[in-house]
Design a binder for this molecule. Structure first.
Ligand SMILES: O=C(O)/C=C(\CC(=O)C(=O)O)C(=O)O
Length: 304
């Protein structure tokens, strides 16, 4: 019999009816950070999870993609599914090639299992250091995983809170692949955008050209709230304008663990022209960069 799951009592469900964005993304735009959850009776949540979400299926994700005017998704394995990537793989295999994935794997994963994930559309692994979400693995174990996935041409997605960056910095820069940072390293946006804390994050990207950043999740970072998330805009703009070829954008649907409010995904899309202020920056952020990382075989090869 399939297991029944009840979402956490304080769980906020994703927005039931986001506005149609007034900002129209360029053709081929990619939502490069989103998740699928379950459905739990089909793809059970992991026993070691730190939260039980509401189900958020691939079909609901595809419907949102169309509503927002996007073409493709990058689905990131969330901790509630642990290293069981079945819900992710199922979504990728039913995406008509319009979704790629970032998985969570353990050190004992075999070459055959990695190849199967690759065939489904996985192109990276996620290392999560956020203490409320996971008991992080030792650096040696993560290093061994990095060495295993590198030959596949995969990258590593890292998720951490800004106050942890000083102690994680040397490990991060030792990673042998492209590294993508979730949500700008979660800056404390009450601190100055050119202050010591965010400057360390900018230094990480400046001195390590293999590092990329997602300029996502204003709803998690903002302290002023949903009427524009104004306090996050200067941080995202600084990253987009300093590293225009190494930034990605995503909705973070279905917005796990939001406690203060649930963002309207349409309004998140409407923020894009405030953080990428020219059409060229928008095209790089939404199309060129994610295509280069996740669908390189579809990027035109221009030879001199
Ligand atoms: O959706 C996100 O990126 C952020 C999350 C959830 C998450 O990453 C996870 O469960 O793996 C968070 O901050 O709670």
């Amino acid at each position: 019999m399939s297991e029944k799951f009840t979402m956490d009592a304080d769980w906020l469900q994703y927005h039931p009816a986001p506005v149609k964005p007034s900002y129209c993304p360029p053709a081929g735009a990619v939502d490069a950070h989103c998740h699928v959850f379950g459905p739990g009776d089909q793809f059970p949540y992991a026993p070691q999870r730190k939260y039980t979400p509401c189900d958020a299926s691939k079909d609901q994700l595809w419907a949102l993609r169309e509503h927002l005017g996007f073409s493709r998704n990058v689905i990131v394995q969330a901790t509630c599914h642990g290293a069981d990537n079945r819900a992710l793989v199922d979504a990728l295999e039913h995406s008509d090639g319009r979704a790629r994935g970032v998985a969570t794997v353990t050190e004992d994963i075999t070459e055959e299992e990695l190849q199967a994930l690759h065939a489904a559309g996985v192109r990276g692994v996620r290392f999560n250091f956020v203490k409320r979400l996971v008991d992080a693995l030792p650096f040696d174990t993560l290093g061994a995983i990095a060495d295993k996935i590198k030959p596949l041409g995969w990258h590593i997605v890292i998720y951490f809170e800004s106050q942890e960056l000083p102690e994680l910095y040397d490990f991060f820069t030792s990673l042998p692949t492209t590294v993508v940072v979730d949500h700008m390293g979660r800056p404390d946006v009450s601190k100055p955008v050119d202050g010591e804390e965010f400057n360390l994050f900018v230094k990480l990207l400046t001195e390590n050209e293999n590092f990329w950043s997602k300029v996502s999740c204003p709803e998690r970072l903002s302290q002023v709230g949903p009427h524009g998330y104004d306090d996050v805009v200067p941080f995202a703009r600084r990253i987009v304008e300093t590293f225009p070829d190494r930034v990605l954008w995503g909705t973070d649907w279905p917005h796990p663990n939001m406690k203060s409010h649930m963002p309207d995904d349409g309004e998140l899309v409407n923020m894009i022209p405030r953080i990428a202020v020219t059409e060229e920056l928008q095209r790089k952020l939404l199309v060129d960069n994610p295509m280069r990382l996740y669908w390189p075989e579809e990027v035109d090869c221009v030879t001199a």
